[in-house]
Design a binder for this molecule. Sequence first.
Ligand code: 1HE
Length: 257
Amino acid sequence: MTSPDLQIEHRGAVAVVRLNRGAKRNALNDGLILAIRNAFESLPEGIRAAVLDGTGDHFCAGLDLSELKERDAGAGMHHSRMWHAALEQVQFGPVPVVAALHGAVVGGGLELAAACHVRVADDTTFYALPEGSRGIFVGGGGSVRIPRLIGAARMADMMFTGRVYNAQDGERAGFAQYLVPQGQAFTKALELAERIAQNAPLTNYALMHALPRIAEQPADQGYLTEALMSAIAQSAPEAKERVRAFLEGRASKVSKG
Ligand code: 1HE
């Protein structure tokens, strides 16, 4: 399913997926959630990374509250599961996703950002979970993913008290890995995605699919999973060529940056 509220363009090996509902601050209605799922399910061959951005002054105002109709418990559960399926495609889809954050990153918008692999925020970014004051709860995987970024205590505080984190405090808390001046989040996110797209595919696969699972495993199981993933990645011809290139002085050194 496609939607005019979601723009997709390809820049070389990077797909730019943009929430395009600025008049409603990119609030996520059902159509947009299904379009996000479809976009990440059907990225063409040759796409190696993606940027997720939002039109206008705000990344995303969360769930479209005008769609929060009277639902019975079963329908509410299925609605939440629909979000889960879509955001799973972002997190465990074919390619790493870099979020370009600005303005409001709130409610379901924060849940969506948390499903991405790298988050770049500009100075205008703010983070909140207004579910707490709207009498509802997160339903887009936020209670699983957000504590892994900032800890359960901070998330509970945000929902109990309505606390809003600004861009600087948000970066320190762990919402974003990069903080850039106003208006520069997309450029930085694209630069990072282009860099990520050049990695060996098995390295990106390991980072997306093995690392988060290893992090959840008991240490003894984690070490074994790591050893298996490590052996598989090393065995790829591309890994051997990259190592050879370094040893023969043909690859860049690590520099202080
Ligand atoms: C919306 C939504 C929305 C804006 N659903 N229509 N999320 C929230 O509780 C956040 C609600 N939104 C806001 O607090 C503010 O809109 C913003 C801080 C994001 C932006 O403020 P501002 O002044 O730039 O815009 P605005 O005037 O508030 O909104 C512009 C329009 O967007 C307006 O509609 P209009 O027809 O009057 O022009 C707003 O009604 C509309 N709009 N946000 C519907 N969220 C899987 S569970 C997840 C649960 C949640 O995400 S709950 C949190 C919901």
